[in-house]
Ligand binder design. Structure first.
Ligand code: PHB
Length: 369
C-alpha cells in the first residue's frame, strides 16, 4: 500500500484525506447553450470524490478566455449556479474541489470570440502548430489552427485581471474549497511569462519581473476574493506545446515560487512535461522549487502509485495529481489502497459526447470477483 500517498494532508485550513489528487481534465461536456455545468458533470465529479482534492477542468473566466467549444465557464449567473450544484454534490459525497480559472489568450479562434473578434495575447504572434476546437457555422465540430492574436494594450490589462477577479468571486460563491490560477500549458498567463511569446515593451514585457507581473496581479485579485489559504497556482516550466519556448523557464518558476511564498498561498501545482512533450524536470530544479516555495507542492505528469509514493517519500512533493487514471478509474484511491488493476482510458471519449467514457467506467464493486 502506498502509505504516504494515502495519508492525510492539511492545506491552509483544509484537511484532505489523502494525497491522490485529481488533475484538471478538459472533457468538453458543458451544457449548451451557455457552457453551463450540468447534472452529468456533477455525477462525474461526485464519482471521483474519493480524491484528496479534485481540481476542476480548466474553466474560462470570460468568453474571450475560451479556446475550445464545450468547455465550462465561470462568468455568467447560470454557470455559477451550475458549478454550485457540482460543488454541493461533491461535498455531500465527502469530497473537496478546486476551480481552475482559465484564460486561453492566443489559443483561440474568432469563431469562439464575441463578434468574431481576434483572440488576445501579449504580442501579435501566432502559436505555431497549435489547435483549438470550434463549432463551425454549419454545426461541424472540429480542431482548427489557432488564429493570429491581437496584442493587448497596456490599459486593457486591468480588465484581464478583473476577469480573473470576477471568476474568483463566483467560484467562492459557488462554494469551491480552493481556486487554482491556471498559469500553465501555454495559455494567457504563460504567454506573458515566456520569453518568446512576450515581446512587449511596456511594464509587462522585457525583464522576468515584468513578464511575471500579470500572473501576480491576477493572483492578487484571486487572493483578495478567496483568501491566500484557499488559492493555488499551476505552472508548467519547460512546457513546449502551444508555441512555448521560454529561455528562462526555471528562473521564472523560481521567482514566482518565492513571490507565491510571500503571499502565503496554499499550493503550487507543477504540470510536468508529459502529454505535450518537453524535457524532464531535473532533480536540482525540483530541489530549488522545494526550497523556494513554502506551501504545499503538487506534481502532475504520468505518475503511477509507486513513483508518486517515492516522490512524496523523498520529500520532493506533498501530493501528486493523476489525470488519465482518474478518467478511467473513479475509485482510483480505493484501487491504490488495495493494489487493484486499473481500467485503461479510451481516448475516443476524452472530449465531448455524454455519459459513455465519462461516468460509465466500472468501479471495483461492480466488477465480478
Ligand atoms: C485542452 O483542452 O486540451 C487543455 C486544456 C487545459 C490545459 C491543457 C490542455 O491546461
Amino acid at each position: 500500500m502506498p502509505k504516504k500517498l494515502l495519508s492525510p494532508l492539511t492545506i491552509g485550513q483544509t484537511l484532505l484525506p489523502n494525497r491522490v489528487f485529481m488533475a484538471p481534465l478538459t472533457r468538453s461536456r458543458a451544457g449548451q447553450p451557455g457552457d453551463i455545468p450540468t447534472a452529468l458533470n456533477a455525477e462525474y465529479y461526485t464519482q471521483r470524490a474519493g480524491a484528496g482534492l479534485i481540481v476542476s477542468e480548466a474553466t474560462q473566466v470570460s468568453r474571450q478566455g475560451q479556446g475550445y467549444a464545450l468547455t465550462p465557464g465561470i462568468y455568467t449567473d447560470a454557470q455559477e449556479a451550475g458549478w454550485k450544484k457540482v460543488v454541493e454534490a461533491v461535498h455531500a459525497a465527502g469530497g473537496h474541489i478546486a476551480l481552475q480559472l482559465w484564460h486561453v489568450g492566443r489559443i483561440s479562434h474568432s469563431l469562439l470570440q464575441e463578434g468574431g473578434a481576434a483572440p488576445v495575447a501579449p504580442s501579435a504572434l501566432i502559436a505555431e502548430g497549435a489547435k483549438c476546437f470550434v463549432i463551425q457555422p454549419d454545426g461541424r465540430q472540429e480542431n482548427v489552427p489557432t488564429e493570429m492574436p491581437r496584442a493587448l494594450a497596456t490599459d486593457e490589462l486591468p480588465g484581464i485581471v478583473a476577469q480573473y477577479r470576477q471568476g474568483a468571486a463566483r467560484g467562492k460563491r459557488a462554494g469551491f474549497d480552493f481556486l487554482e490560477l491556471h498559469a500553465a500549458n501555454g495559455y494567457l498567463l504563460q504567454q506573458f511569462l515566456s520569453t518568446n511569446s512576450n515581446q512587449r515593451t511596456d511594464g509587462y514585457g522585457g525583464s522576468l519581473e515584468n513578464r511575471a507581473r500579470l500572473t501576480l496581479e491576477a493572483l492578487d485579485a484571486v487572493v483578495a476574493e478567496m483568501g491566500a489559504g484557499k488559492v493555488g497556482v499551476r505552472l508548467s516550466p519547460h512546457f513546449v506545446a502551444h508555441g512555448m519556448a521560454d529561455t528562462e523557464a526555471e528562473a521564472s518558476a523560481l521567482y514566482l515560487a518565492k513571490e507565491f511564498s510571500q503571499r502565503g498561498i496554499a499550493y503550487l501545482h507543477i504540470a510536468e512535461p508529459d502529454w505535450a512533450g518537453g524535457p524532464e524536470l531535473s532533480d536540482a530544479f525540483r530541489a530549488q522549487l522545494r526550497a523556494a516555495f513554502t506551501g504545499t507542492l503538487i506534481y502532475c505528469g504520468g505518475y503511477g502509485a509507486q513513483d508518486a509514493e517515492a516522490l512524496i517519500a523523498a520529500g520532493t512533493a506533498d501530493a501528486v495529481a493523476f489525470g488519465r487514471p482518474f478518467i478511467a478509474n473513479a475509485d482510483l484511491v480505493e484501487r491504490f489502497r488495495v493494489g487493484a488493476e486499473l481500467n485503461q482510458p479510451d481516448r475516443n471519449t476524452f472530449y465531448g459526447g455524454g455519459a459513455p467514457g465519462y461516468t460509465d467506467y466500472p468501479t471495483l464493486d461492480l466488477q465480478p470477483a
